[in-house]
Every structure is written in C-alpha cells, then in structure tokens.
Ligand binder design. Structure first.
Ligand SMILES: Nc1nc2c(c(=O)[nH]1)N[C@H]1C(S)=C(S)[C@@H](COP(=O)(O)OP(=O)(O)OC[C@H]3O[C@@H](n4cnc5c(N)ncnc54)[C@H](O)[C@@H]3O)O[C@H]1N2
Ligand code: MOO
Length: 399
C-alpha cells in the first residue's frame, strides 16, 4: 500500500505552474497575490491633523495664550502657511499648514471662531500625523503569495491600486458517480440516495481557492462517463471524481480510466483507501472513494494540497492536539477521524483537546454526522489504540 505522504507527493506532481490574472482590488477577497504590491504614494501623502482643533506654533501657544484664528482648514483642501502669531481651525485629516508644529484639540480651548484661547499648552508635534508615517512611496505593502483579507485589500486600495494581480483560481470539474444518485429535492425510488458528494466537493473546492467549472452527476456506464468528463474538462485544471474506485463490479471510474493511464492504488489511510490519480488528456484527475467521509478526508489529504500548489501556496500542516478520550485506530493505516475541538480550559494543556465527533470511529458513510465535526485527528499507521492524553495530529476544517 502507498503511504499518505507518497500519495500526496504523487498528487502534487500533477500541478502546473500557477497562472495569474488582473482583477479589481475590491473583488479580490480570499485571492492569492501573484506579485508584490508597493505603495504608489507616501501614506499619509501629506502631514495632517489627528484631531479636530487648532494648528499652532508651540512657541506661541502657552497655556492661557489667546491667538487670532487666521484660517479654517477642512479635510480635502491644501492650506496657505500659518500666519505668525495666529492659529488655524483644522479638522481631522486636513493638511497641517506649513509653520504649524502642533494641533491643540478643541476640547482644551474655548472653541473660539475669531480668536481662540488655549487652555493646555501642546507638546511639539502633538496630534500631527507625518507624511509617509505609514509607508513611503515604493515601500513593499504585501508580498506575492499573500492571501487577501479585508485589511490587506484596504492596504492595496490605500496604496493607490485599483487592480491587483492574483493567482488564477484552478478550474475544477467535480463529478459524482453512481446509478443510485438523485439530486436533493427529487423523489427517491427504493435503493436510491441523495447525492451529497457533489455539494461537498464543490464547496471544498471553493474553500480551497478553486472555482467549480462544472458539476456532473453521472451513472455507472463507463463509456458515457468518459465522454462526459472529456467534454466538461476541456480547458480546466483538475477533474475530481467521487465513487466508483473500489473493487465492485460496477466501479465506473476505474472501468473507464484504469486502461487510460490513470493509476488506481490502495493508500494506507482510513477512510480513503482506494484512490486514483492521473490525467484525462492533459487535465489532472483525482479519483476519490465515494463514501462521503472518505471524500472529505481524501480531499484534505490530497486535493487541498494539490489546489494550494496550483495557487503557489504551501500545504497546510497539522497542529499538535491531545486526545480527550481513547479510541481505536486501524493497524497499518493512517487514521483520519472526525473530531470536535474543545476550547482550552484554564490551567489545562496548551494544545487543543479533541474527541471523536461520532461514536464508533470514522465510519466512512456517516456523512450527516460529519457535520458536527470541526477537524480531523490524524493517527499514525503504527498506532492501534489512542489513549486519553495521547498526542495526535489535528487538521482543522477551514472556517
Ligand atoms: N470488496 C471490497 N469492497 C470495498 C472495499 C474493498 O477494499 N473491498 N473498499 C471499501 C472502501 S474502504 C470504500 S471507501 C468504498 C469505496 O467505494 P467506491 O469509491 O467505489 O464508491 P461507491 O461504491 O461508488 O460508493 C461508496 C458509498 O458511497 C455512497 N456514495 C457514492 N456517491 C455518493 C454521493 N455522490 N453522495 C452520497 N453518497 C454517495 C454510495 O452509495 C456507497 O454507499 O468501497 C468499499 N468497498
Ligand atoms: O477507505 Mo474507505 O474510505 O475506508 O471507507
């Protein structure tokens, strides 16, 4: 059997170099920067007031000083130099006039319009925000490979960029297989089930930064399967299938692709043992086993790292966790068991404590119960029993 590490490495060899595209910065939430972003201007681009108040010369603004108000400076205008011996009424964000070296907040004045009385003398530089204090024109704001969050998008906008170059999202065709599948909302005949894997795969793809180019629900006819997959995958970056890869008489994915150069191998993982990898034409394909928990586990182990590689991102690594109770693990296979994660207790371990989300281990068909889980505990192949207090790996579900 192939190890999880070996199968992941095989999956990553399918990734081509990341592509990039230009998008409006406002539409780039969650995208990955393809190039460094530098600021086009000093930020702030001019020295300005941090308070509503009066721009003054410190030497002229002792406590009790009364100064004529020589100007009124709202935000958005550029003022004349401050006349000697005067104050200028100034608003937050407005440019500080040349000559002024402090701003006196209106709360420590008499708020006068013609002349103003200073009640507390300002320190030099008080309430003045200097040009370039945040960043200098040409400074690096964000590096290539950064995932764009709201504050980072705002930094790009603040640096003057309307558009940004991001890595293209891998276009993925997701394919559920099985004659027994019906779309949710349809009537079920005896022996039929609702197709949940299509929804699962599409959502996992989007969460990992990909884009669903097409979602197909196909039956167990290998010829029709291959024709539909070839048509839908033209111009795509990845095909993802679920089901039809084990040793059943009607395992359509295997029947259609095993002779076409796709490699079907048992992987030492539970759930998620039967796996396929290869290409249909030029398009990489990952064939996952059909049980819903197996789909989710296989996606995290193999497909998410592949999509991240296509996006030029490193794979996520598991964190250390502690088992809150004991459970059994299959011999010779890395276990990925859905777990709930307990909030840290004061005085407890620094590592998160995890417990199986479902009684009876990671039985791979319990797809609805997977919904209560928050992550995967990862148990190495040589461990057959996890005891309470043991260390385990934890791969959190993405939020
Ligand atoms: N004799 C053996 N039988 C099986 C073995 C084995 O080694 N020897 N391996 C088992 C393991 S482990 C797994 S995992 C499954 C994998 O089977 P397939 O990938 O061929 O998947 P299917 O048979 O098509 O389906 C499995 C299961 O999942 C349900 N399913 C399938 N698609 C969907 C969907 N879109 N939405 C919801 N549920 C779905 C399907 O009805 C089956 O119950 O093979 C074992 N058998
Ligand atoms: O490998 Mo299967 O995915 O155990 O259920």
């Amino acid at each position: 059997m192939r190890s999880v590490v070996e199968h992941r490495a095989a999956a990553l060899t399918l990734a081509g170099a990341p592509r990039s595209e230009q998008v409006p910065a406002a539409a780039a939430l969650g995208r990955v920067l393809a190039h460094d972003v530098r600021t086009l201007v000093d930020v702030p681009s001019f020295t300005n007031s941090a308070m509503d108040g009066y721009a003054v010369r410190v030497a002229e603004a002792a406590a009790g000083a009364i100064l004529p108000v020589s100007a009124d400076i709202p935000a958005g205008v550029f003022p004349a130099p401050l006349a000697p011996g005067t104050a200028a009424r100034i608003m937050t964000g407005a440019p500080v006039p040349q000559g002024a070296d402090a701003v006196v907040p209106r709360e420590v004045t008499d708020d006068g319009l013609e002349r103003v009385r200073v009640t507390v003398a300002p320190a030099p530089g008080a309430h003045i925000r200097l040009a370039g204090e945040d960043a200098r024109a040409g400074d690096l704001v964000l590096g290539a490979g950064t995932v764009l969050t709201p504050p980072r998008l705002a930094a790009i906008a603040g640096a003057g960029h309307a558009e940004v170059s991001v890595r293209a999202r891998p276009r993925v065709v997701v394919v559920s297989t099985g004659d027994e599948l019906r779309a949710p909302g349809e009537e079920l005949a005896p022996g039929q089930i609702f197709d949940s894997n299509s929804t699962l795969m599409a959502a996992l793809v989007e969460q990992a930064g990909g884009e669903v180019a097409a979602a197909l629900r196909l039956g167990d006819d290998p010829v029709a399967f291959l024709a539909a997959v070839e048509t839908a995958s033209a111009g795509c970056d990845l095909i993802l299938t679920a089901g039809g890869v084990s040793v059943g008489a009607y395992d359509v994915v295997k029947a259609a692709l095993a002779d076409a150069g796709v490699e079907f191998v048992p992987v030492a993982m539970q759930p998620g043992k039967p796996q396929g990898l290869g290409r249909v034409g030029r398009v990489p394909i990952a064939c996952l086993p059909g049980n819903p928990v197996s789909v989710a586990a296989s996606f995290t182990a193999f497909v998410e790292p592949l999509l991240r590689t296509m996006l030029g991102l490193p794979a996520r690594e598991p964190e250390a966790a502690v088992a809150g109770e004991g459970w059994v693990s299959p011999p010779g296979r890395e276990q990925r068991i859905p777990v709930v994660i307990e909030p840290p207790v004061p005085g407890g371990t620094a590592a998160p404590v995890v417990r199986p989300a479902t009684a009876g281990g990671s039985r791979s068909h319990l797809g609805l119960r997977l919904a209560v889980a928050e992550g995967w505990a990862i148990v190495p192949p040589d461990v057959q029993r996890v005891e309470a207090g043991d260390s385990v790996g934890l791969m959190r579900f993405l939020p």
